[in-house]
Design a protein around this ligand. Structure first.
Ligand code: 5AD
Length: 467
């Protein structure tokens, strides 16, 4: 059977999609190649969120065509994921060495497409159509793939986004919101826990909107025909997402629950309350703020104000003291003035994020912001990026240093990738901790004392506490 190598660009959802494709191919008898040098099939799972991400994947494919394909003409080359979805056939027209273009609703078709190409039944395949129930097709896991994944696993709960932020290409690459059912998700989580998983991260493009569309559909269906929902909900006043958290929380043997990525408008009181109620829901929240200026937030179509956002942060910190809060921020959005940008700086100072991912605004095709007036010159985007980075990194470093001397609980994931003599674990607030430990610690919850810090890393000493 052939061997496959998958290179992933972009977010955790993309990582998860790649893992499922790899697991499906392994189940069909494929082996996983350690690198592209020896693989019979090379797939690039792509990201479209910024132009740079697309350029990187296209550049990589050009290199593969020039190097690998030249020496081994039978190698199969494919694009999957977001850029495959948004560009489709255009990719093959531009790069004739590409054999396969597989969209975001077609990951589970990878094996049959590759069969057809390898057997010669079809020369090239472009499949970017919509497919009903594709949201429930991301389910296979590669638990033996690496030590880390056997302790901590990602579970895809929904696909797509209906939010329509004016800068964002995701509704075009991932389609509208579609959610799996609670019993289906819980069954997958239970299976993972029975195989040794201790921590589950629930994944989706906008997890806080989980099940909302289905709930609305069910209501209108009930009124019209008396039909039932595809996702069953009781009369709970809580949002479907909080109902899902409750259901996953009941799984015995599961220690920790995380989720990403949420939308700030999804942090209603029911979710804040879930943080206070559910001990397995860890002290960690990613709250993508995007801007500190109300004017820019409105242009972005974010659906909240600066004040509303600050209120959510306050409530979360009250519900879960010590919670780690991270964010995404875009600098140089069209029309962003120096005054708007200074409001973002002041918001970052006020919240003191534990970490912030900063993005220079990138024009994406078909998005409203790409057509807006007053596009900010590249030089100013870069300058603002630099200024904000300095601020948030300074705050983050101070917050890391504050851990020195403190005792924290970590979930041990396994040997560190960079130095196998060290173990790596994560605090509940999602900070990486390195410590000298052995394989027997893997999968354990341990208390360690933080002795020093590195760049976005804590160093711990378990010997002091776990004799
Ligand atoms: N330009 C720059 N950053 C973007 N993001 C999304 N779209 C764009 C864009 N057009 C960022 C947002 C989002 C993160 C995943 O990527 O901050 O939260």
């Amino acid at each position: 059977m052939p061997s496959v190598f998958i290179k992933t660009y972009g977010c955790q959802m993309n990582e998860r999609d790649s893992e499922t494709v790899a697991a499906q191919l392994v189940a069909k008898g494929y082996t996983l190649a350690p690198s592209e040098k020896t693989a019979d099939v090379i797939l690039l799972n792509t990201c479209s969120v910024r132009d740079f991400a697309e350029k990187k994947a296209i550049g990589k494919m050009q290199n593969l065509a020039a190097d690998v394909r030249k020496n081994r003409p039978d190698v199969v080359l494919g694009f999957m994921g977001c850029m495959a979805q948004s560009r489709g056939r255009e990719l093959i027209d531009k790069l004739p060495d590409v054999d396969l273009v597989l969209g975001t609703q077609k990951f589970h078709r990878a094996a049959e497409c590759l069969d057809e190409i390898i057997s010669g039944a079809r020369e090239k395949i472009v499949d970017v159509a919509e497919e009903e129930n594709s949201e429930a097709a991301i389910r296979e896991h590669l638990l033996n793939g690496s030590a880390k994944t056997s302790v901590s696993a990602f579970v895809s709960i929904m696909q797509g986004c209906n939010q329509r932020c004016t800068f964002c290409i995701v509704p075009f690459t991932r389609g509208g919101e579609r959610s799996r059912t609670i019993p289906d998700i819980v069954a997958e989580c239970r299976d993972l826990v029975s195989r040794g998983v201790k921590e589950i991260t629930l994944l989706g493009q906008i997890v806080t909107s989980y099940g909302k569309k289905e709930k609305r559909d069910a209501w209108s269906m009930k009124r019209e025909t008396g039909g039932a929902s595809r996702i069953t909900h009781d009369a709970s006043p809580n949002s479907p997402f909080v109902q899902l958290l409750d259901a996953v929380h009941e799984i015995d043997g599961l220690d920790r629950i995380r989720f990403t990525s949420p939308h700030p408008k999804g942090y209603g009181d029911d979710l804040i309350d879930a943080y206070a109620r559910l001990p397995k829901l860890v002290e960690s929240a990613h709250l993508p703020v995007q801007s500190g200026s109300d004017r820019v937030l409105k242009l972005m179509h974010r659906g909240y104000t600066r004040e509303k956002f600050l209120g959510i942060v306050k409530k979360l910190r009250r519900a879960k003291p010590g919670i780690g809060i991270t964010t995404d921020i875009i600098v140089g959005f069209p029309g962003e003035t120096e005054t708007d940008f200074e409001e973002t700086l002041s918001l970052a100072r006020e919240v003191e994020f534990d970490n912030a991912y900063i993005f220079k605004y990138s024009q994406r095709r078909d998005t409203p912001a790409a057509e807006m007036p007053d596009q900010v010159p590249q030089k100013i985007r870069e300058e603002r990026n630099q200024r904000l980075l300095e601020l948030v990194n300074g705050i983050a470093a101070r917050k890391y240093d504050a851990f020195i001397g403190r005792q924290v609980q970590i979930l041990v994931e396994g040997p560190s990738k960079k130095n196998a003599a060290r173990n790596t674990g994560r605090t509940r607030c999602n900070r990486i901790v390195l410590f000298d430990g052995s394989a027997r610690h893997q999968g354990q919850l341990m208390d360690v004392k933080i002795t020093r810090t590195g760049s976005f890393t804590l160093y711990g000493d378990p010997a002091i506490l776990n004799l």
